[in-house]
Every structure is written in C-alpha cells, then in structure tokens.
Write a protein that binds this ligand. Structure first.
Ligand code: GLU
Length: 306
C-alpha cells in the first residue's frame, strides 16, 4: 500500500464481541505496524462461527478506541478461490491426501503411546485407492490433509525468540469443503502483503505449521510477534462471565472509550488515552511478556495530557 513498506494486520474472528484482551492485541498489532512504517489492515476471519452483527461491532469498537486501518476491510469468505487454488497446487505436487477420520477416531488414535502429543497419527496417509473408495462409498466426507515431510519446524518470534514446534499432517480443507484456518491464514497473509503477524500467543503452537506451509507454497514467512493473553484473577482466559470485559460492557458502566484505552495502555506500561499518543513512546523490547491479569473492576483515570 502507498508509502508503506510491508503490512501488519489484525484478523478477528466474528464470533462475538472483542474483549479487552482482543482489543489489547489489536492495539499491539497497530503499534507494531505503525511504528515500523507498515500498512495496517483488518481481515475478518469468517470461515468459522459467525455471529450476525459481530464483525460490524468489532470494527466500530476498534474505531472508537482510535485505531485506524488502511484499505478496505477484507473477509476471508470472499477469498475462497485463492484458498482452493493453493490447496489444488499442493495436491498437484503430491502434498495432500484425503482423510476420512472422524474427530472421535483421531482422539482415540492420538492417545496411543507413540508419536508427538496432539499430532494427527497418520491413519489415512497410506490408504490405497480401494480403501479410499470404500470409505467414500460409506458416505464419509473427506478432509484434505497436508502430507508433511517434517515433524517439526522452527520459527523466530519477536517476543519469544526461537520457537520449535510440531508440524503434523494438519487439515488444509475441512470435510465440509471449507478451507482450514491454518491454510487460509497463510494464503491470505501472503496475498495481502502481510509480513508482520502480531497476535495472541495462544496461536504460537500453530505457528510452526503455518510457517512450514508458507515455505511449501513458496511465499515468505512473516515476522511473528505473539503477545500474551489476558487472564482473569483465577489465571484463566478472560471470558464473558468475568464481568465487564467488552467495550460495550465498560461503556454501560459509564466509562468512555478513552478510559478503556487508558486501561489497555496502562497494561502495557504506558499512560495514554489514544493510540497516536503511544507512537513516540512504544518500545517493543519493554513489553510485558507475561499475561495481563485483569481484575474486571480495574479502572484507569484518563491521563490529563491532551
Ligand atoms: N482469527 C484468529 C482469532 O481470532 C486470529 C488469527 C491470526 O491472527 O492469525 O483468534
């Protein structure tokens, strides 16, 4: 995009309202992009559960906090042709296979005392044409998996450093024909010129798979920055039941978007009411690397700076 070199992005799933942790991740993605001369885009990842109106509320919450973005907001569901083309290319290269396993079968097989934890055990990897035809005849829908040539891949993360993790024969296209997240995210980031991925560190374990897939597709592996999540006082992931966790909840308590922004900034060690006030102060090296533990009655007074 004009005047920028590279791009960052925020890629929310429109399954509900963004909570303070998601908003904080969005702010960090914005800060990393804006302080490194990158464009900043928003991509709605709507291949999974979509709650009507959620995407629109997410965008208006981001705007209310003062975050801005370049170019039109994109939606993953409008990019299916690109995802399918990437899968077809991998299939043509002999890098996929059909998998007829049910979720339960995979769980049972994965408990077998061999193979890395959580890895697909490869049940369908060597099915013969006859075996595949039998399963098809039983009416089982086939997912398409990657025929991985490695079991591990290393990435470098801006906060976490070198991270080596599992790569299994993960799903590229689900049984219902929809592209899997791990495929779509890699294809879309590459196609959209995204070379900086800032997101919650719950996705760190999936990142070696995605980076490896990028190398198979012949696209650049982006720079990754996985940022800590927000936890409630019990050390669990923040959830709706934790009280006033969305911008709408906080506004209902009488807080302004600037006050909510001040709370997010405070959690990062800054005093500011709007994103642009942070641009000059932002020091990635000083970011907290441990989760933000939120007491939901936390309130930060807006700072008096204009
Ligand atoms: N859509 C994913 C989520 O909401 C984020 C994916 C990403 O940033 O790569 O959690």
């Amino acid at each position: 995009m004009n005047g920028h070199s590279g791009a960052g992005r925020f890629a929310p799933s429109p399954s509900g309202d963004l909570h303070l942790g998601n908003l904080r991740t969005a702010l960090l993605a914005w800060l990393f992009a804006r302080t490194t001369g990158r464009a900043f885009g928003i991509r709605i990842e709507d291949l999974d559960r979509v709650r009507p109106g959620a995407a629109e509320r997410q965008l208006s919450d981001l705007a209310a906090l003062g975050l801005d973005w370049d170019g039109p907001v994109t939606r993953q569901s409008e990019r299916l042709a690109l995802h399918h083309a990437a899968v077809d290319g991998l299939t043509a290269a002999g890098l996929t296979y059909e998998c007829y396993c049910t979720r339960r079968e995979i769980q049972q097989a994965a408990q077998a005392p061999h193979g890395p934890m959580g890895a697909y055990p490869g049940t369908c990897r060597e099915l013969s044409a006859t075996e595949r035809a039998e399963r098809r005849a039983q009416g089982r829908p086939a997912a398409l998996r990657l025929r991985s040539k490695t079991s591990e891949f290393e990435i470098v993360d801006g906060l976490r450093g070198h991270y080596r993790g599992l790569v299994d024969d993960f799903v590229l296209r689900r049984g219902d024909g929809i592209p899997a997240y791990n495929l779509a995210v890699v294809v879309d980031d590459a196609d959209q010129g995204v070379d900086q991925v800032v997101r919650g560190d719950d996705l760190l374990p999936s990142t070696p798979r995605q980076a490896y897939l990028a190398t198979l597709l012949g696209v650049n592996v982006p720079r990754y920055v996985h940022v800590p999540l927000v936890l409630n006082r019990d050390g669990k992931r923040l959830a709706k039941r934790d009280g006033a966790v969305t911008l709408a909840d906080r506004r209902a308590l009488g807080e302004s978007p600037q006050q909510v922004f001040a709370l997010l900034a405070d959690s990062l060690g800054y005093r500011a009411n709007r994103p642009h006030e942070l641009l000059a102060q932002f020091r990635p090296a000083l970011l907290p690397t441990t989760p933000w533990v939120l007491a939901t009655n936390d309130v930060v007074e807006p700072s008096r700076n204009p």
